[in-house]
Design a binder for this molecule. Sequence first.
Ligand code: UDP
Length: 482
Amino acid sequence: MGTKIDHRLHVFFLPLMAQGHLIPVIDMAKLFSSRGLKSTVATTSHFAPFLSKSLQNDTDSVVVTFKIPSADVGLPEDVEAVHMAKTPDMQNRFFKSCGLLGPRIADILERYRPDFLVADMFFTWAPDVAKEFGIPCLVFHGTSYFSLCAGLSVFLHQPYKTVSDDLEPFVIPDLPDEIEFTRSRVADFVKNNDGGVLSTWYKESKAMEERSYGVLMNSFYELEPGYADHYSNFLGRKAWNIGPLFMYEKRTEQRAKRGMEASIDEHECLKWLDSKKPDSVIYVSFGSVANFDDNQLMELAAGLEASGREFIWVVKKEKREGVREDWLPQGFEERIQGKGLIIRGWAPQVTILEHDAIGGFVTHCGWNSTLESVCAGVPMVTWPVSAEQFFNEKLVTKLLRIGVEVGAKKWRRLLGDFVKRDAVEKAVRKVMEGEEAEEMRRRVRGFAEMARRAIEEGGSSVLDLDALLEDLRLQCVARDTS
Ligand code: UDP
């Protein structure tokens, strides 16, 4: 076979079927397209319209759908996304089905014949399928270097076994910094190690990193240099940091658009924010999956009100006319008229965070939200719930010192740990008022500037991206000529 000099690289994306995993893949497809690559993204029919819409103007992308092997795992057929699996048992079945998708994806790869595969860490079989097709498999980790390093250390050394109490602190071993953690903050599927779906997956995902060609990171070197180095040099992983992915889109109004329609008119929202003073409003949102019970929502509302701060609060609750809402304190909505905005459903988060009026973000520390806050120069109140969010909290509060902890202590799969109103009030005040708040704001704005530089020509992320694409082109040429 001759060398295909003008061969246009074709990437096949396989993201987990969850908003927080699809959004950075949309950003990545746009970025790769701006570098002349074409892409195919595979997902369920639930997400296909959302993906097609997000990619239609900016990429030469194809969206292909697959069916989840629901019957094989006893999952209702209409559960096609993580947020639709409402109980731990359903979630287990959902993740189990991810482990069975290999043959279905192999059939699609046979048809599309891409040059490389970018697979979410939930598809631990992906390196083997890629090997069948003789193409490299890259793992996409939508999280921080710090959480990968800390997570691997806790998994390997099991320091939570050395303490006698759930809240007794231990130092996470073998990290560049001394970071304290507790057993209560470690994910159940790590500490129980019970052979269940998630604990098996977690082990396999670590092995997947080793069997793949390398790891793509939605982070930038200057944010966590010690941990980017630790991950590559000490843990021996080949990784490219090419983020923050959403920042490559220079058109601000496009940056926030990744398909989902906001539940509020964006102009209304901006008009509301325009009427507020700089850094005066706190934004409260917990991503696409995390949830709280009515008691907690009530406590949060009371804490926000007591802080005296103006706010935007995103709640996953529909308004039903004439139905009394038990999760809101009596008369709350009347009292907050003009001072607080409740968005029910999906908020235009990036647009909100980038507005001058936003002075703080109460966040669950999902990595996309954390990065979006960093890039907008907004300090955080950290309120982790599950996944790797408790590690991201430590990065934000202890290493970067751009946020304060609200005091959530217990890792919980679906509903967050209970936090009292006084703690909410105190944390909100701390991030919005006084000298410490000003220092955090100065620091986070420094990181925002570094993020902007990382994705400029010659910046650290662009250099890593260039190196990655060059590497993949050489791989492709080598394959074509062999
Ligand atoms: N998001 C949004 N509006 C919402 C909720 C979430 O735009 O009302 C976006 C948010 O900007 C981020 C993503 O959804 O890009 C959530 O990802 P993250 O990693 O923060 O959390 P996850 O949803 O995965 O827990």
